[in-house]
Design a protein around this ligand. Structure first.
Ligand code: PMT
Length: 365
């Protein structure tokens, strides 16, 4: 699907509008819009300086059937999004967390999913009750305090999606609803969005059958899936949906170090937004590259001694995508709530500084 193409009346329509015309409005959208509207209004009325970050997180699914049994998915667990949301809250933003259902959530991420089973943090008390084990008390208290602060002050709104269509509808609605905030809105697009989907008119209603061949000798029916490209909605977000002067940060994920910087630069020049954060699949927890128009290429790295261990990461790939081999610029001290330093503790303050500039520029105009 091209980014723009003529419709039946010969009018030019962009790929995103075409996509919405041909997909069904998700059932839960009205409820999510009402929640978001109320959240935004509350912050506009109670604090005219409040900034809101719309953080997208996790992977999107592509259903293979209308009554979905099977779907295509991707690797994202939502770590980047959930971690970043915490640091945005710490930086005094209110956060709308648009996340893949059952992916990691801010705060509870410390105790959820298989590597961190919450039961491992518990102990039986002498009086027959259940308590947090001694060694986890300090950290859990900090996480709990931060969580309760966010909750009490209505600073965090959690909105789930599952499919790529639900994600795109929600993002469009949120962008439109944040209009009253203008430049105080920041879009932080960390979700791993599917690039391909099956249009509704080609989608099977029922579970696709995997019949044996009639003589019983065959090894089953082949499944050939014909996918259309999801239009690049980033351009539409920047040019049409997002409030005027708001800040838009997208992510670029690559696996080949040779491609990362050039692909991130290409994305910035094509979509004309504020910043692309490039990351490699294997090093994304330890380094990212910021690509901006004014400042060019800037690498942010967790200092070697403070890198957390990761099963999926490949530490000797750190630095491979950085052809300029700049010396490490940031080596902050400072505590985080997990072992090692989380790179988001460096990413979010940097973005906040950029957002200060964006807002100041708008105020001068
Ligand atoms: O969740 P984790 O396991 O922590 O992983 C985090 C992450 C690697 C998923 C995250 O850091 C990240 O890189 N997210 C973006 C991944 C991605 O979709 O990259 P991409 O190169 O496919 O897309 C680049 C940008 O285009 C995205 O910001 C997306 O908003 C945009 N896009 C994508 C698809 C589409 N149809 N239209 C778009 O505009």
């Amino acid at each position: 699907m091209a980014e723009t193409q003529p419709d039946a009346n010969g009018q030019t329509v962009d790929g995103a509008s075409e996509y919405f015309r041909n997909t069904q409005r998700p059932k839960q959208l009205s409820k999510h819009e009402a929640l978001a509207k109320e959240f935004i209004q509350y912050h506009v009325e109670t604090n005219p300086d409040r900034r809101i970050a719309i953080v997208t997180s996790g992977g999107t699914t592509v259903p293979l059937e209308k009554q979905t049994v099977r779907f295509i998915d991707n690797f994202s667990a939502g770590t980047r999004g959930a971690t970043s949301a915490e640091y945005f809250l710490q930086a005094d933003y209110a956060v709308i967390f648009l996340h893949r259902q059952f992916s990691l959530l801010p705060y509870s991420r410390h105790y959820s999913h298989s590597t961190n089973c919450f039961l491992d943090f518990m102990d039986e008390a002498d009086d027959g009750g259940v308590i947090v084990a001694d060694e986890f008390q300090a950290k859990m208290r900090r996480v709990l305090q931060q969580y309760q602060h966010a909750k009490k002050n209505r600073l965090l709104l959690l909105l789930p999606f599952t499919t790529v269509t639900e994600y795109l509808y929600a993002l469009r609605s949120l962008a439109t609803l944040t209009k009253p905030l203008g430049p105080r809105t920041l879009f932080y697009l960390a979700a791993a969005v599917s690039d391909f989907f099956i249009p509704a008119d080609r989608l099977e209603e029922h579970k696709i059958q995997s019949r044996e061949t009639a003589d019983g000798k065959g090894s089953g029916k082949k499944l050939i899936i014909d996918l259309d490209p999801v239009p690049k909605f980033l351009k539409t977000l920047v040019q049409q949906w997002a409030p005027k002067g708001s800040m838009v940060v997208s992510f670029k994920l690559e696996t080949d170090p040779e491609l990362l910087v050039s692909k991130a630069e290409e994305s910035l020049s094509r979509y004309q937004h504020d910043c692309v954060i490039g990351n490699l699949l294997t090093t994304r927890k330890w380094e990212v590259v910021f690509i901006t128009r004014d400042r060019g290429e800037k690498w942010i790295r967790v200092p070697k001694a403070r890198r957390s261990k990761s099963f999926s990461g490949v530490e000797n790939m750190v630095g491979l995508a950085d052809h300029k081999k700049e010396p490490e610029q940031i080596d902050l001290e400072g505590g985080t709530v997990t072992e090692g330093m989380e790179i988001e503790t460096l990413i979010i303050p940097e973005l906040k500084r950029m957002h200060d500039d964006v807002i100041a520029r708008q105020e001068r105009h």
